[in-house]
Ligand binder design. Structure first.
Ligand SMILES: [Zn+2]
Length: 445
């Protein structure tokens, strides 16, 4: 690649405004006042460090203790009060094995951009400790403006009541807790949210509908996010007999009442499958009615350690996608490692979009290779090129910084190989960096 061409596209990308197609940022007040430490910056390094030999017992993940993720470590959650330096000592022996991986590149980029440090060492972790409180006073708007991130498509775990939209965070409603009940907690929560008494499948649906409608129409939720299915079973939603769904729900109703000893035990995910399939199909119909897109986790399992990878293959969704031609399916993480399958799905199905979020962290080289392939393979308005999938704003900005470099390399190589003209490249950069997100979710500038 000729350096002048790269430098030209890097300068274009430096001036290009971005829209982040997927993130998990906390409400801003929590960013300012909540606990943050080095494990937030290391989020995606942690499973890689464990894969490299670090003991799971020595350092817990930031997703532990978040109720919506149902992440159990086999013992009650206790906040880890060790200092940044103590946590770093746990990671340090394995860091040389991970620092050049995508996750390591992104963690080091945070250290460089915000803490003036080239790498993680005992000294630079101390600088991190000293400077972090100042960064936590900085608003999302200030941070994102500096990196020309105009809008973030966030996932709101609790909906508008706990993480409402702001002028920079657009929110998608995390729907799993309502479509995948395993215990009385879910009907109880829905009753509280809607005031509708729930004692049958019909009343459950009435409450669910009211909740979804108010979250979209009054709460400002811009879409639905489906997440946990493939972590537990194959990613497909069969059509089921309503009576089978009702019988499964009845097992929840006839469990011992809340507050009783043993009432926290839930039913198995498999046992509830007819109910879950019924509710997921209903949710997709509701997405048509409310005219909102649906974002689905496909492919690799993030900070999970050990899982059934084929359960997450996006091709398992084929029947569901065909059944709902008017639902706009945004499939996350390039379906990695099933990226080639997802590419062909997005090319041949008019209701499938590729969301590249997280591939630049999982494998920067794969990100470049697949972007080059897709830019010339599928309609350019169906690729979301930038997404951070991060839980804190510093990492989101670092992702934007790495994105601009990788993307400049991609376009420099395509232009140099005479596969794109400069004019075509500039058009594509604008589409994949920002405009596709604005069109897909109907956002106003
Ligand atoms: Zn995510």
């Amino acid at each position: 690649m000729k350096q002048e061409i790269y430098k030209y596209y890097k300068s274009v990308l430096d001036e290009t405004h971005l829209a982040d197609a997927h993130a998990h940022l906390a409400p801003e007040a929590e960013w300012h006042s909540g606990h943050s430490d080095i494990t937030d910056i290391f989020l995606y390094c942690l499973p890689d460090l464990i894969s490299a030999g670090m003991s799971r017992d020595d350092l817990h993940l930031p997703t532990e203790g978040v109720p919506a993720f149902h992440a159990s470590f086999g013992e009650p959650y206790r906040p880890d009060t060790r200092s940044n330096l103590e946590k770093w000592q746990v990671m340090k022996p394995y860091w040389p094995f991970v620092r050049k991986m995508g996750s390591g590149v992104h963690a080091r980029r945070v250290m460089k951009l915000f803490f003036g440090a080239e790498d993680l060492t005992d000294e630079t972790v101390e600088i991190f400790e000293k400077k972090l409180p100042d960064w936590k006073k900085t608003s999302y708007k200030e941070l994102f403006s500096a990196y020309k991130i105009d809008r973030v498509m966030n996932v709101s775990l609790g909906g508008s009541r706990s993480n409402p939209p702001t002028d920079i965070l657009e929110q998608q409603l995390y729907t799993d807790q309502f479509t995948q009940p395993v215990s009385r907690d879910t009907p109880y929560l829905l009753e509280k949210l809607t005031g509708i008494p729930i004692y049958s499948l019909d009343t459950y649906m009435e409450a669910l509908d009211q909740f979804l409608e108010s979250e979209v129409r009054e709460g400002g939720m811009k879409g639905f996010k489906l997440h946990l299915t493939s972590f537990n079973r194959e990613l497909k939603f069969d059509l089921v007999d309503k009576f089978d769904a009702e019988k499964a729900l009845d097992k929840i109703f006839t469990s011992i009442p809340r507050g009783s000893l043993g009432s926290a035990f839930g039913h198995s995910y498999n046992e509830m499958r007819p109910l879950h399939d019924y509710l997921q199909n209903h949710l997709l119909g509701k997405a048509v009615e409310l005219n909102v897109p649906v974002q689905i986790h496909t492919g690799t399992f993030g900070s999970s350690m050990g899982f059934n990878l084929p359960n997450s293959n996006p091709t398992l969704l084929t029947d569901t996608i065909l059944r709902y031609p008017r639902v706009k399916f945004d499939l996350l993480h390039c379906g990695w490692p099933y990226a080639r399958e997802l590419g062909e799905m997005a090319r041949s199905m008019d209701n499938v979009w590729i969301n590249t979020t997280w591939l630049q962290i999982l494998s920067p080289v794969a990100y470049k290779q697949f972007m080059k392939e897709w830019l010339l393979q599928i309609p350019i308005n169906k690729i979301f090129g930038f997404g951070s999938d991060e839980l804190n704003p510093l990492s989101t900005c670092a992702c934007a910084d790495v994105y601009r470099e990788l993307c400049a390399q991609v376009f420099a190589e395509l232009v140099e190989d005479n596969l794109l003209s400069e004019k075509e490249a500039l058009f594509m950069i604008q589409r994949i960096s920002k405009d596709n997100v604005y069109d897909h979710w109907n956002l106003k500038n």
